[in-house]
Structure formats: structure tokens, C-alpha cells
Design a protein around this ligand. Sequence first.
Ligand code: F6P
Length: 366
Amino acid sequence: MAEKNVLVLTGGGDCPGLNAVIRGIVKSARKKTGWKVLGSIEAFNGILKDPMEVVKLNKKKAAGIHVKGGTILKTTNKGNPFDYPVENSDGTWSTADLSDELLRRIKELNVEAVINIGGDGSQRISQKLHEKGLNIIGVPKTIDNDLSGTDITFGFRTAVQIATDSFDKLVTTAESHHRVMIMEVMGRDAGWIALHTAIAGGAEVCLIPEIPYDVNKVVNHINKRYEKGKGFVNIVVAEGAKPIDGNTFAKASTEAGYEHKRLGGVAYRLSEELKEAGCKADIRETVLGHTQRGGTPIAFDRILATLFGIKAFELVADGDFGKMVAFKNNEITAIPLKEAISEYNYIKTDAYEIKAAKSIGISFGD
Ligand code: F6P
């Protein structure tokens, strides 16, 4: 029987659980005769580079990797094949549509199907490539949990655990110094990490992109805590949070091919805003940044990622392409990629978790 190749790649920001997905795919493929697993290094860059950077993924390469953070296949958020960064002879950069060249090279490798493990941007690319005829399956990953179509993405709960552990440490210092401690977490468009960390840690204030905040309301909330004699406040702020009538704290990226604005540092702006609005307490800021994406995945994420990998290969073996694997109503399933990218997973402002958080005294500054 002719050998069939499935090509796996990881795109976008790294995320705890990526290696567990890869291992799930490799282990399932071994059980099915005639399948070989290839990996493209750094998302689609491995295919588009000269020479190509493609590795064979066998039992040995996948052994024990489910406990490791990052991705053995490396990743990038600067490799959209439809808008690929190309260096000009004068050293400047422009972009070009290399999707046809990508498909040609994938064919040359005798690849039957592609499994693209990535976030919203990566799955948009998956859908576009599927429309061009590629047999592709998406696996949703992001610590931000902002992909709809799945109830949860792997990596999210690990990020919340990391943030909660840090939050707990900041509570003791807030209490000891009678300070306001601001902790900034990731979440450029959706505030899931902030909301879950605020509930898990017991924050007094939680600021998320979905609910623009009124700084005066935040200061009133802080002052009430000090008036009651408790004398300390812990705030969780998502990097994408913004004041009413204000903007997200972001700067344009100077990195060629990087399609997002760079976020990070809103904690410092908030600190200034609180002082200007009359907050008298001492304030300190902590930006957790990429620590939330690093290290080993917690058990839940290892399991979810492993099941996603197994399901992705099942779809490949069944020839059921153009789908994204998903976790819905406690079941591993798959939905059309088109549906998965049709909307964004924002926190609904009338969500039960928001109501519940407010009922235990967490202010969203609204
Ligand atoms: O998409 C996940 C995310 O963690 C965002 O919350 C964050 O803004 C972004 O990645 C930063 O990624 P990088 O520094 O890799 O560009």
C-alpha cells in the first residue's frame, strides 16, 4: 500500500498543550497502517523556506513530550502564507501571497492532509487553504480562550492557574503593605483569563476588554475598601482593557509580518489613571506577560490536547476535512472551520460568571 503523509504544524503564539496534541496525532497515526507524520518547522515557514524545514515525527520524537511546554515544531505569528513577509533587495519588507506556492510544495511532499494547530488567525488561514482545495483539519489553541466553536481551548486553564498562583502571592504583599496591587494578564480582545483569575483569587477589581471601565467608579470601590479599614486592594486587568471613551493600550509592531498590535503595559496606565482620579493608596504594578504561556500544561490541558490530537487524526483518516476539532457540552467533536471562525468568543456582558463575580463584590468599573 502506498504510504500516506499527514503534515502537522503549530502556528501563532505558543501555548501549553501543543506538544500533547502532536503526541496524540503521532500515537494515533502509528496505529493506522500506511500513515507517516511529518512536521513543518515554524508553522508554514518550514514549507516555504529553501531548503524546506520538514521533520519526520516518529514514536521516539513524540515520547514524553505531552508534559513539556512550548512546541517541538517551533512556531511563529509572522507566517501567514496569504500575506507572507518578503524582504526586498533594499532591506525593506513587503508581503506577498505565497499560498499557491505553499500548496505546490505540500503536493510535492506527497502530503495527503494537513493538521494546523493554532488560534483564530491560524484557523482563518486553514479555511482559506481549504477553499483552495487543501485537505486540512484545525486544532484550536490559545491561552486567551477567545475561539468560538469550542467551549474551551487547551492552554487556557494552565494560564489561569499560573495567573492565580501569582495573584495569591500579590495578595499577601498587598495586605502587608496596605497597597493597591495591579496584576496585568493576557487577553487582547477577551477577558477570560482575567475573569477566571479574579474569581479564583478573590480580586476586588477585574477589568476586561468587554466592559470599558469608569476609573472614578474603580477609585470609589477602592476607597470603600480602605474606609472599611481593610486597607488593601487586588486588581486583575486584562491587557486589552480600556477606559470608557479610551483606547486599548497598544503600540504598532515593527516586526515584519506581525499582524497584531503589541499589547502589554496597561497596568502602568491604569496606575496613573487611579492616582489622577484621587486614589491615595500606594500602587504597585505587575505584568505577568509570557509567563502565562510557558511551562508545563496542567493535567486538564494535557488531556484536552491529547484528545484533540487523536480526534484530528481520526478526521484525517476518515477524509472528513475542512473541520476544526472542538470540545462542546463535555464531548470531543468537530465543527466546520467556517463556523469556527465566524464569530469571536467574547465574554457576554450578561454572562452568569460576570453576574456571579459582581455578587461577591468584584467591581468591573461599570
Ligand atoms: O494570543 C495569545 C496572546 O497571548 C495574547 O494575549 C497576547 O497579546 C499575544 O499572544 C502576545 O503574543 P506574542 O508576544 O507572541 O506576539
